[in-house]
Design a protein around this ligand. Structure first.
Ligand SMILES: [Mn+2]
Length: 430
């Protein structure tokens, strides 16, 4: 039995106050779903085994490029971060893995492993950082990293990524995510083709260092920090990269890294169809890479993404096993609360997508019945699946209402008294 940070008695008390109502709601929803030919327990079990990784950098307050307003009791190092992540997992039972960012989270791998296994946690994809300069770094990434004009800078960036793989091997990770800030701010500043060729060369060296059972995820982003051009700017370029590198290379879709109004679910479908969807960085956005909480702005879009994922899951698309990670920046909320609710929102979209009547949908599509086709999706989306999510949490030993249990435990006040305020530090908005 792994250690629990929130006292079991607090969770039990919070659950006891809600359990009778939940059982009634679950039964009522079960009857409703049975009329639609759906077994609620089957859906609940699928949801219980659906997991989302928490980013280590997400448990601190992110900040914007204007300022960072630190929160109380922020984690001081990776070991504090792991404890915060353990709280999220304990109450939601949806986030058993943590995604590390190097060098921010650099520590003795043995200690990392011990710290995580204390709480029954594991490690998800490793994330390299060549978009900022580390304190002890020889050469600067100011003008790029893996695509830099200077070979020595490129080699340094490759070495860093290989080190991330080494650390990852020691702690049981199975993937490396590479996002670079390389690009240009002025027309003419960079030769597009030469920069991309240099990037591909550098990535081939990283790919060569990848263990056989690992995956390499590359993440595209349209703009920021470069504002005229970005080396890995869109999913087309990302697809080319994955194709060029080989079968262990996949595209990572961060929901905030697209132009406004781009049809992300269609990108997801294309990447699935050609076997190159690696996974996701879930968040939400209104204008750009806002890194807002998943499902907070456009929950229907999140559902439509999952509609594609469930479609692929059901049709048995070859090698389909996408990684699910959150990638958010919290500025006005308690990061633990935001991450708990975001994990639940991602689970919710998955659950709703499981309810789509796919036989009916295909019939309406073939009959060109646009209205009924879209209503078929809406019928699933409109279903309040909260009782399923809450029951999966309760059965797994979590909280019916994670935020209520978290607040009742007074965790934030407790760590605020133990952890001195963090003033500087990397934001980590990728
Ligand atoms: Mn990201």
């Amino acid at each position: 039995m792994s250690e629990q940070i929130i006292p079991a008695a607090v969770v039990e008390k919070a659950n006891n106050a809600r359990e009778a109502d939940l059982k009634r709601d679950y039964e009522a929803l079960g009857e409703q779903l049975a009329r639609r030919g759906i077994a609620i327990d089957t859906i609940r079990d699928k949801v219980a085994s659906f997991h989302i990784a928490v980013p280590s950098w997400g448990v601190g307050t992110g900040g914007t490029r204007f300022a960072r307003f630190p929160g109380a009791g922020e984690p001081r190092d990776i070991f504090d971060k792991i404890e915060d992540c353990a709280v999220i997992q304990q109450l939601t039972r949806a986030t058993p893995k943590v995604s590390l960012h190097i060098p921010w989270d650099k520590a003795d791998p043995k200690r990392l492993k011990q710290a995580a296994s204390r709480f029954g946690l594991g490690f998800d994809a490793m994330n390299s950082n060549t978009f900022s300069d580390a304190a002890d770094q020889k050469l600067s990434y100011k003008f790029g990293s893996l695509s830099h004009a200077d070979r020595a800078v490129r080699e340094q960036a490759v070495e860093h990524n290989l080190e991330c793989i080494e650390i990852g091997r020691d702690i049981g990770s199975r993937a490396l995510t590479v996002w670079i800030g390389d690009g240009s701010n002025f027309p003419g500043q960079v030769n597009f083709a030469r920069a991309f060729e240099r990037y591909l060369d550098a990535m081939r060296s990283i790919y060569a260092g990848l263990p056989d059972d690992w995956k390499l995820f590359t993440e595209h982003k349209m703009y920021e920090p470069a504002f005229y051009s970005t080396v890995v700017q869109d999913w087309g370029t990302n697809y080319i990269i994955a194709r060029e590198l080989g079968e262990k290379a996949f595209c990572l879709v961060d929901l905030g890294h697209h132009a406004p109004n781009v049809n992300i679910e269609m990108i997801v479908s294309r990447l699935i169809q050609f076997g190159k969807l690696g996974g996701f960085h879930f968040n939400d956005s209104k204008y750009g890479d806002d890194d807002l909480d998943a499902g907070s702005i456009d929950p229907y879009r999140l559902f439509l993404v999952f509609n594609e994922l469930v479609d692929a899951e059901i049709s048995g698309a070859g090698g389909f096993d996408p990684a699910h990670m959150l990638d958010q920046s919290h500025n006005v909320t308690d990061p633990i609360e935001s991450l708990m609710l975001s994990a639940v929102e991602v689970q919710r979209a998955y659950t709703q997508a499981l309810l789509v009547d796919r036989t009916a949908l295909e019939g309406f599509q073939d009959a060109n019945d646009a209205l009924m086709a879209t209503q078929t999706l809406k019928a699933a989306y409109r279903t309040d699946v909260e009782p399923i999510l809450a029951m999966a949490r309760l059965n797994g030993g979590g909280a019916i209402d994670p935020v209520a249990a978290y607040r009742a435990a007074g965790y934030r006040a407790k760590v605020a008294s133990e952890r001195p305020a963090v003033t500087g530090g990397g934001g980590g908005i990728v």
